[in-house]
Design a protein. Sequence first.
Length: 533
Amino acid sequence: MTRLRAEVLVIGGGATGAAAAWDAALRGFDVVLVDRADLAEGTSGRFHGLLHSGGRYVVKDPLAAEECVAENVILRRIIPDAIEDTGGLFVTTPDDDPAYGDRFLEGCRAAGLPAQEIPAAEALRIEPRVNPGISRAFTVPDAAIDVWKTVGSLTAGAAAHGARILTYHRVLDLHTADGAVTGARVRNELTGEELDIEAGFTLNASGAWAAEIVRMAGIEGIGVIPGKGIMIAMNHRLVNTVVNRCTMPSDGDILVPIRTVSVIGTTDVRAADPDEIPVAQHEVDAMLADGERLVPGLRHARALRVWAGVRPLFQDDRSGPAAADTRDVSRTHAVVDHAERDGVGRLLTMSGGKLTTMRLMAQDLVDAMCRQLGDERPCRTEHERPPGNDDGRYLHLGDRLRRREATLQDEQLICECELIGRGRLEDAMRSHGTLHLDDVRRRLRLGMGPCQGGFCMYRATGIMHAVDRLDGEQASASLLSFLQERWKGVWPILYGDQLRQARLDDWIFQGLLDVEHLPEAAAVEPGAEPAAV
Ligand SMILES: Cc1cc2nc3c(=O)[nH]c(=O)nc-3n(C[C@H](O)[C@H](O)[C@H](O)COP(=O)(O)OP(=O)(O)OC[C@H]3O[C@@H](n4cnc5c(N)ncnc54)[C@H](O)[C@@H]3O)c2cc1C
């Protein structure tokens, strides 16, 4: 069996694990990061896309609010390339209590959040589609954050400092000796090969799967509650600013503009299993109805795709009875020290938190590791920019179009919705070396616009076939598994124009390519949802 050695093993390649790998590598530790799938394929790749100003939590969860206020400023400084500075509005709709606005402002002042009340008419001038019945409005520094750029940049930074980033490597077991974790056995999910990683310290950043990981070291009862939320992408930017309802956090009360689309979300219910989070029709109906309160007519826009994610909410069974409602569990984070809690050394678990606070979470985690090792090394992530952020510019929606126009005559356009040219696609395929079109989607947003892959995916499959020298069966398998994955997100929202679009996509893939009878079809793992393409 192949063996690897590292000073630090990070389990989980979501935002928290990527930030922890970057932090530890910057402090000079030799790091290996493993994820059972691609980077950010867990909750981080299924979140709402909001860089919180903290406004959402100022009344209910002041500590979480303060953390967001501070981290919002830091992330804008260190990873501007992943952030679109949309700004945010909190608005009092006719269904909300106007007096909450006073508590909101008071909370903002206490948390140090620069919020400002503006006339409702001014808010409607900024965002004309917002409910004309709003009575109050407040501006806050919310923004949209691209998680794939974030995680890609942090892991590239870690790798530049010597870290090894092993995607598609699942932890099967933790090794223990003399009351401490000494590494892990992992399996390469693409080749089936198993390897042993000998590690001086293990950081468990596996989010909603954290309890499953520590059970491998015989540790029971750490309280990670999977809090499920759904989100729906609408087919264009209904707003250009993040728009929140000014009320206690509830369902469907935030609309986030993300690149060419806008996303309404979310819900918060306890899930039994983080890997089983289907979306029910009634959840879709309720979400669209909630969205109508913010933007009347929202349900007449085309719903492109629905998906769900699971919050790794922390509530230890040693810290009192569990909250009945997942919304009542704090959004702050906790480092679980298994030496103190369970007598198992050299293992720490990160639990809770937000994507907005991932840097701080990583700092707390690596600080705790340094303390346990008796090897204090200062954290540098507050000021150091990972690769791709050198010019200090925020992401601008128009940048891709500007770049595209410069090569309009010379380069073939593969994805019209997201303006992805052939050169960029080939570069991504070459550098990532993946067989999965879904991985390429995450890197470039390929197939994530209004046609949801209808026009670009068969082109991308052909290009992948040539670039990666896939054989016909591998290329077919990749296309089919992409279509299956898309289908899961599309079938619960099939009505109106989206139904027409899905029929068109179906004709393209069935009629032109006869995808259901491609050579490999039988070998593709059917998704949990209805098996159709
Ligand atoms: C619906 C919803 C909306 C949200 N919206 C926002 C928002 O707008 N803004 C915000 O700041 N926060 C938001 N959050 C919270 C935020 O998304 C999470 O806190 C954050 O993404 C968690 O990141 P993570 O790295 O801890 O977990 P994950 O991203 O889930 O990473 C854990 C990783 O561990 C891997 N893993 C699991 N088991 C194994 C194993 N055996 N071996 C190897 N790897 C393994 C998984 O594949 C996964 O990639 C939202 C959460 C939800 C659910």
